[in-house]
Design a protein. Sequence first.
Length: 243
Amino acid sequence: MVIEPAGGLELKATIESLEHLTPTVLRLRLRPTEPFDYRAGQYVTLLRPDGLARSYSLASLPVDGTLELHVRRTERGQMSGWLFNQARENESVSIRGPAGNCFYTLGNPQQPFLLAGTGTGLAPLLGICRDALHQGHTGPISLYHGALRKAGLYCRAELNQLESAYPNFRYHPVVLENDEATDGIRSGTLDQAIAADLPKLAGWRGFICGDPSIVRRLRKKLFLAGMASRDIYADEFVEAPVR
């Protein structure tokens, strides 16, 4: 969930599918009833029939035909609880948006990209990455996804497939728990992993999403490593207040 609700166009949509990626992460696919123009990595506000609204980033591309959102189940979360327990396929909802400036832009196909995030911050990063590769980006793209434990690293098979298909793409899963660093998974923090691999980031573009404290720390670290502030794009995910 992102900080501000998306403004703009409001459309009806139906729930196409609900897929549990982990016990706490749901892949929600929506099919708008009208054409919906957006860029992968932006976010939309999802509105329940009773008016409850929450914002989620887009992991899909317009060519996919459906909107893909990654929803993290939170304690006492009204929207996430409904989606995990009550919502069904073909149910009607509404969407508003899109909004946000975390997305791929044409014009510099050789620029190296760094994408880093935690939890469902992977959603916009996956969308941006897929869009860049789909558009023929030739520069190196490194995606770092962090979680407390291995179980929180979802979409690993999909990301490994992208790595196999595109020689300029690298996927780096990172966990905080040392004893969970297996099968190509590293232990430590995201900023430690990035600094070890990419100590100098002048000329790079960065996209960082997820927990606000981690996003702020990464923004500072990337800047100190040489990345221009104008080339750092970020979305901080916050939980909606419980009422």
